[in-house]
Ligand binder design. Structure first.
Ligand code: ZN
Length: 248
């Protein structure tokens, strides 16, 4: 299939190398699990990148060839090089899609794109979560029913300190009583950004067919359309030296 959407699945890749519980859930790493189900979609061309690689696996060449980047991080947010964050940021502004997963809410790139603290409540109790669809007809919920149910999850609770989103695609409620806006869409420059909450490393969240459907849908939604090229407002700063990701 030609004109496939080029996806780079990025992972911190720390828990999987240090925690046997996580290794048992994700023997190929969280990035391996996500890349595994996305690779089954004939319209997607998938690669992985991890934080322990040179330039965190996100060289200029890789970013140039990425239409949509997915981001999972937790323990090592502060160790992500600012120069890489700068590059990802400008690629988003120029049209690259970004899917921020679970504890990626506190990553440098998400906080920069949001401009707020991105803090939230949390509790790791393996409790039941129901993600209610609050934007029926949105491309990200295509093929879903009225909700997704995850029997064992980490709780995230409001207040989630993010700007008002373009769409709230899911609102979760948890067995403990809290609620959370679990699927949020934004536009930053020419780029589309989706935050999707589930994904704690000790639970098999990314093996869930509903979660997999949401992430695949989100990749397609976030892919650049190639219909628009932004001006290059910071050329004097060395920004935007690369063409926007519209060549596919
Ligand atoms: Zn977590």
């Amino acid at each position: 299939m030609t004109n496939r959407i080029r996806v780079t699945v990025w992972n911190e890749n720390k828990h999987e190398r240090t925690n046997p519980v996580v290794q048992a859930v994700y023997p190929q790493g969280i990035h391996g699990a996500i890349a595994g189900f996305l690779s089954k979609c004939p319209d997607l061309a998938v690669r992985t990148a991890t934080q322990d690689q040179p330039s965190h696996g996100l060289s200029d060449e890789v970013l140039q060839q990425t239409d949509v980047l997915t981001w999972w991080g937790h323990l090592l947010h502060e160790a992500v090089e600012d120069a890489v964050v700068d590059k990802v940021h400008r690629r988003v502004l120029m049209g690259m899609g970004l899917i921020v997963l679970h504890s990626g809410h506190y990553s440098k790139i998400f906080r920069r794109l949001m401009g707020t603290g991105c803090t939230l409540k949390w509790r790791e109790a393996g409790e039941r979560e129901v993600l209610w669809v609050t934007s029926p007809g949105h491309p990200i919920v295509q093929g879903l029913g009225e909700c997704l149910v995850l029997e064992h999850t980490e709780m995230y609770g409001e207040y989630f300190d993010v700007p008002a989103p373009e769409d709230v695609v899911f609102i979760s409620n948890f067995a403990g009583g809290e609620a959370f806006r679990s699927g949020l869409t934004y536009r930053r420059g020419a780029g589309k950004v989706f935050y999707f909450r589930p994904g704690h490393e000790t639970f098999p969240i990314y093996h869930d067919p509903g979660v997999q459907k949401v992430i695949a849908n989100a990749v397609r939604w976030a892919a650049p359309t190639g219909t628009m090229k932004l001006e290059m407002p910071c050329k004097e700063m060395g920004w935007f030296e690369q063409a926007p990701p519209t060549s596919r």
